[in-house]
Structures are given as structure tokens and as C-alpha cells.
Design a protein around this ligand. Structure first.
Ligand code: SF4
Length: 488
């Protein structure tokens, strides 16, 4: 294997050559977005009601409309926005919450991002890249608790290049023990070349995630040294355009909230989703908005100057829900349990639970600060988290049907835009949750979970069709008789 330095040099040369041949039009106009979010929040009730009606009709919002709502500082307006966001989530996805677990595979990285615990300049971090056997050990520990979906997170380093990602994803899918298995591996990794994406696609991954961290160019340059791969703003900005070119139709964007003005990032995220849709007919499959958290030996986190309040997070999620109604919104255990419980209402569709972000942490049953990129706030077990979801009337889901049925990219969007995707979401959630209750749940969760399933099957009959309810009932009976992994 090349030394990290040599590998980085070669990659920087290759990227420079790529830019010479391919450059897309920049869709982030910093001055324009700055002007939009700095505009005085003039309350025009007719305009506001029009935007709320438009988003309730699932037509989404433009970057300009998104920015306008973010300039408004009036509680009564936000009350209406929150209620619209809740309705939109119900309309498109129903009341299910998809659960996943993060799996960090490596703390080795050639980049030196100022806000990151894994930056190459942080000498107090334990450097490790999991071997295939260690990955298997992690998967066995993870799936023993009931998880079926993971987001696999890799650093940018020769030890975790495209070949490693392919091998590791296969090992994750191959690791099975009775009912314990992983059925969807989403990948969060560095920007790649089109041929590398094609390799990773061949490993049957779900969604490919690349976060821009911040879309504000001056801030980006300040936090990502120029002579590093991540210092290349445009290589990263068009990472998912290249992924789509390679046939990865489920791509995911995100920003690290707290590096710059969160309103700027919100408008930029909407612009990014729209630019993907403009070129490929399908926008971002999900959007993430991780709020910056403390990290080991990383003082910058406390000095950023753009700290984000809980109220800002409420507004961010609600406005994204209105702007991109068909895009999944991911809220992670970075946030504390109490706030997560509240934010979920505003349009969140996916959350993690029972998470351990230490390298090798699931197998070690330990969370060690010098093995983590940042600190988690909500460290409850999956079962405890599910117990709360049930109490709040949500239907926990481990569904992985869409990409296994080819309902991805444009095909997924077609169902979502017709408002019929939930005709699959709810029955599939019921089936995967039934498996969880039979194979993993504590007695208390099993009891109230069984009641929840009864009420949701009734809903399927009333809201979708008797036929679908009968099919769901038949599949539930098969699962109770030992069958596993059934889906529509
Ligand atoms: S944020 Fe990612 S790319 Fe930057 S130093 Fe951390 S692990 Fe590396």
C-alpha cells in the first residue's frame, strides 16, 4: 500500500486533471444567499400563507422562498410552519420512523479538518482501521440487538479506499447468525471518481452520503487546508453528481450545523437538492443536519462563533420539511433524547438508536473518547428508544424494501410525488417491527408493540385497502410462524 502522503499526492494530481476536463456550473452563489438570509424579515401574511399552502400541496419551496421564511421572527408564523411540517410528513411517509445504526470503520484520515477529532493533526486520537474479521465482530454485536440497517462511515485514507469499502460492505452483508443480519448498508465516505463509485455500487450499497460540511466558501477554505483533498470545495460539491453518473441513484447530502450561519446552510442544502434534480431528475434521497458536538482534543468546536440553539434546529427541520417534501430527513443521536423527542415531530423520517461511534465499539461494548470523531448525547439502547417511539405513537421501521425492489431514485420519487410511497412504508414497517418484537424486544416493549401493530394493521385497512391489510396480515402470520425478511 502506498504511504498516505504519496497516495494523497497522486490523488490530488488526478483530481486536478479531472477538473481540467470536467467542471459543472457552481450552484452556490455565496453573495446571493447571504443577501437572501440577511434580508429584514418583513411579515407578509398573504405571502406566508401562500408558501404554507404550496408546501402543504407537496410542491416544495425554492431557495428564495426557504430563505424568506427563515428571516421571519414571529412565533405565530412559526406555529403555522411547524404544523404544516408535521402534516407534510404524515402525508408523504405516514407515522413510521426508520431506524439505523452508525458503524465507524476507521479513524485514519489524510485530511486535517479543524472541527474533527479524526483530523490528521490530532495526535491524541487512537488510529485504527477495522480488519474484515473485526468488521464481522462489529456486525454480530450490532445485529444481536436487532438492527437491520447501517450507515458505514469511512475516513479518507489509502487504508479505506474504494476496494476496502467494497470488501467491507460484502462482509457486512455476509455476516449472518439466525435472524441477525444487515439488509441495507448506506455509505458515508469521501468523494470518489466515477469508476470508483461504479465499483462501490456493485457492492449493493443503499445510499451514498457526502456532507459538504459548510457551503460557505470562505469558511470552507478556513477550515479545510488547501493542500489536502478535502480542501477542494468543488471536488466535494459535485461528489454526488459523479455518484449519480455512476448509477448510484440514492444519494444523500448534509451540512455540519455550527460551522457557519445555519440559515445559509439551509438555503444551500435546498439549492444542492434542486441541482441534483435538475441534472438527474431526482434530488437528494435524504438530508442530514448534524449539529457540531465536542470532540476529543478539538478546541475549535467551542470557538466556532456560529453556535446553533435548539430553537434554530426546530426552524431548520420544519423549513426543510416544507422545502423538500419527498426527501428523508435524518436526525442523529448527537442530539439529546429530550430534544430528539420533540424535533422528530417536525418532519424527521430516520433516526439512529443504540449507537456506538467508537472504532470497534460495538464488539468492545465500550465507547472510548479517543476512538470517537465527536461525542454522542443520546446513548440509550435500541429497545429503550423504541419503547419511547411506541409511547409517542410512532411505528418503528427497519424497512429495506425500496432498494431491493428497485424503488430507488426516480422510481421512488414517482411514488413519493403521487403520495403512494407510504402504501409500502407502513405495511413494510409493520412486518419489520413484528420481527423485532419476536426476536429482540424486551417483554415490556413486546407487549405494547403487539398492540401498536394491531392498530396499524387496522389503519392499513381503513386508509389504504382491505386487500393490502389482508396481505399484511398474511405476511404477519408467516413471520409469526418463523419466516423472516418479507416485504412489499
Ligand atoms: S471530517 Fe472527515 S475528512 Fe475531515 S478530518 Fe475528519 S474524518 Fe477526515
Amino acid at each position: 500500500m502506498l504511504t498516505a502522503v504519496r497516495w494523497e499526492e497522486e490523488r490530488l494530481e488526478k483530481i486536478a486533471a479531472y477538473h481540467a476536463e470536467h467542471m459543472r456550473a457552481d450552484f452556490i452563489n455565496d453573495e446571493y444567499i447571504e443577501r437572501l438570509v440577511a434580508a429584514p424579515g418583513v411579515i407578509d401574511r398573504t405571502k406566508i400563507d401562500g408558501l404554507i399552502a404550496k408546501s402543504r400541496a407537496l410542491k416544495g419551496l425554492s431557495p428564495e422562498e426557504t430563505a424568506y421564511l427563515l428571516t421571519i421572527d414571529d412565533e405565530s408564523v412559526w406555529k403555522d410552519i411547524y404544523s404544516a411540517a408535521m402534516d407534510i410528513k404524515q402525508k408523504v411517509y405516514g407515522n413510521r420512523i426508520v431506524l439505523f445504526a452508525p458503524l465507524y470503520l476507521s479513524s485514519e484520515c489524510v485530511n486535517n479538518c479543524t472541527y474533527c477529532g479524526f483530523r490528521s493533526g490530532n495526535e491524541q486520537i487512537a488510529r485504527r482501521c477495522l480488519s474484515m474479521d473485526e468488521i464481522e465482530r462489529e456486525i454480530r454485536a450490532l445485529t444481536r440487538g436487532g438492527h437491520k440497517r447501517i450507515i458505514a462511515v469511512y475516513g479518507e485514507h489509502p487504508s479505506s479506499d474504494a476496494n476496502y469499502i467494497v470488501d467491507s460492505v460484502w462482509r457486512m452483508y455476509q455476516t449472518k447468525n439466525g435472524p441477525d443480519d444487515i439488509r441495507r448498508v448506506n455509505v458515508n465516505a469521501a468523494p470518489m471518481f466515477v469508476d470508483e463509485y461504479a465499483m462501490i455500487k456493485s457492492a449493493d450499497i443503499g445510499t451514498y452520503q457526502v456532507f459538504q460540511e459548510t457551503y460557505h466558501k470562505a469558511t470552507y477554505r478556513k477550515l479545510h487546508p488547501a493542500n489536502t483533498i478535502k480542501g477542494d470545495y468543488y471536488w466535494r460539491l459535485f461528489a454526488l453528481h459523479r455518484a449519480q453518473e455512476a448509477g448510484i441513484s440514492d444519494v444523500a447530502i448534509g451540512a455540519l450545523i455550527g460551522l457557519y450561519d445555519w440559515r445559509f446552510e439551509a438555503v444551500a442544502l435546498v439549492s444542492h437538492a434542486r441541482d441534483l434534480e435538475r441534472e438527474f431528475g431526482v434530488g437528494s434521497h435524504t438530508i442530514s443536519f448534524p449539529r457540531m458536538e465536542p470532540a476529543h482534543n478539538t478546541p475549535f468546536v467551542r470557538q466556532s462563533g456560529y453556535a446553533v440553539s435548539d430553537d434554530d434546529m426546530r426552524k431548520l427541520i420544519a423549513v426543510l420539511r416544507m422545502a423538500v417534501p419527498y426527501t428523508g430527513l435524518i436526525l442523529t443521536a448527537r442530539e439529546n433524547g429530550e430534544l430528539r423527542r420533540e424535533l422528530i415531530k417536525l418532519g424527521v423520517t430516520q433516526t439512529d438508536a443504540g449507537s456506538n461511534i467508537s472504532i470497534g465499539g460495538y464488539g468492545d461494548h465500550a465507547a472510548e473518547i479517543d476512538k470517537q470523531q465527536f461525542e454522542l448525547s443520546d446513548t440509550r439502547s435500541l429497545d429503550d428508544y423504541i419503547s419511547e417511539l411506541i409511547d409517542d405513537g410512532y411505528l418503528p421501521s427497519f424497512c429495506t424494501a425500496d432498494y431491493r425492489c428497485g424503488r430507488t431514485g426516480c422510481e421512488f420519487m414517482e411514488y413519493a410525488k403521487k403520495g403512494t410511497i407510504k402504501n409500502f412504508c407502513i405495511p413494510n414497517a409493520i412486518l419489520t417491527f413484528q420481527e423485532y418484537l419476536l426476536d429482540y424486544a424486551s417483554p415490556a416493549v413486546k407487549n405494547k408493540g403487539d398492540e401498536l401493530i394491531l392498530s396499524y394493521v387496522k389503519d392499513v385497512k381503513e386508509q389504504y385497502s382491505e386487500g393490502m391489510a389482508n396481505k399484511t396480515q398474511a405476511a404477519l402470520a408467516s413471520i409469526r410462524n418463523g419466516k423472516r425478511d418479507l416485504y412489499f
